[in-house]
Design a protein around this ligand. Structure first.
Ligand SMILES: [Zn+2]
Length: 134
């Protein structure tokens, strides 16, 4: 069993570097303005190669979540969670909720990405944005 590692695709380096700086950037298409993830050489909507690495808001909504009770990596000791987050910009990223957890289903809960050291590198995690009391 090893630690979880970065899987570096051909177009991924600027994204991982921005995560290391604590402010994730994704490619924003110069033609249609859509953000794309995972990084790719062309836009999946219009095949434009024109894109600018642009910071995301770090805000999003949980689309799905799971609690793992089996250990797959040395640096993720069960039980631990994994959440699929749709960023305000559109892309869906997978992260891990830290800190307070919502009661019941996590689906639809608002979160923000935070950045922290894990297994020798900076990674993003999610923090629950608790609904404000009325
Ligand atoms: Zn496009």
């Amino acid at each position: 069993m090893g630690i979880s590692k970065i899987v570096m695709g051909l177009d991924d380096k600027p994204m991982w570097a921005s995560i290391e700086r604590g402010a994730m950037e994704l490619q924003k298409c110069g033609e249609c303005g859509e953000f794309r993830y995972p990084p790719a050489p062309v836009c999946p909507h219009d095949l434009s190669a024109d894109a600018t690495w642009t910071p995301v808001s770090d805000k999003g909504t949980i689309l799905s979540w799971v609690i793992f009770h089996k250990q797959y990596f040395e640096d993720h000791v069960p039980p631990y969670n994994s959440v699929a987050i749709q960023l305000e910009e559109g892309p869906i990223v997978v992260s891990q909720l830290q800190g307070d957890e919502p009661e019941g289903s996590w689906i639809g809960q608002r979160v923000e990405l935070i950045y922290a050291e894990h297994a020798g590198r900076t990674q993003h995690f999610a923090r629950w944005l608790k609904p404000q009391a009325a």
